[in-house]
Design a protein around this ligand. Sequence first.
Ligand code: URA
Length: 251
Amino acid sequence: MEIEYEIREVFELLKSQIRMHRDIGMDPPFLSPEGLRAFKYNPDVEKPSISHSMAEDPALSLESLRTTIGDCQRCKLSKKRTHIVFGEGSPLARLVFVGEAPGREEDVAGRPFVGEAGKLLTRIIQNGIGLNREDVYICNVIKCRPPNNRDPEQDEIETCIPFLKEQIRIIRPEVICVLGRVAGRSLLGGDFKITNERGRWHSYMDIPLMPTYHPAYIVRNPSQENRLKRDVWEDVKKIMKVLGLEVKRNV
Ligand code: URA
C-alpha cells in the first residue's frame, strides 16, 4: 500500500511538473512524453502492474503542485514575503473562492483570508451559504503578499496565475466565485469592472464563474456596507441556486 501511494505521488508530481513546464513556456522536463519518446520501447520488458486506478487524486495533486511551487523565487514578491499562501480547503470543493493576494495577516499565517476581510468571507460562507469553510476551497491569484498591499503587477500575475489555473483544473469545482476587480480581471481579462460584472455569470475553463465584491472593499467602506452586503447576498444566492443549496434566510 505504502509503495502504491508513493508511485501515485510520483505520477501526480510528474504530471503537475509537465503541465507547469508547458504553462510557463519552458522546455518539457526529461520525463515528459516528449522526453520519454527519446527512448525506444522494448516489448520484452515486463509491464509494471499497478493494481488500482491511476485516476487523479485531487488531494495528492494539490500536494504535488505545492511541492512544485517549492520555495518560489519566480518573481520579485518572493523577496519580502514571509510565507507563500497556497490556498486551503477541500480538494473536492464544489465552490472555489479566488481572491487577489495575501495581506499582512495571511502572509504571517501562510493561510488565505484570515484577517478582517477573511472573517467576513467566513461569515458569508458559514452564515450565508450554510457551508463550513473547510467544505469550499479558498485561494488567491497571487500567492505572495505585495508590499504594502499594493495591487499585484502584470508580471507578477502572469508568473503566478499558472498555479491558480492548475488548482482550478485539479479541483474542477462546479462554481468559481471571484472576489473583486483584480481577481476578476486576472481570470477574465479585458477591462473587467467589478461594478458592471458582479452578479452576472461568466465562464472560466468552462466552469461557471460569478464575480462579487471583495470582502475587503466592504470592510473599507462602512458607509456603504448595507448596500454592498445586499449585493453580495444577491450574488451568493445565484451561486447557491446553481449548487442546489437551499436559501434558508435573508442575511
Ligand atoms: N485579500 C485577498 O485577496 N486575499 C487574502 O487572502 C486576504 C485578503
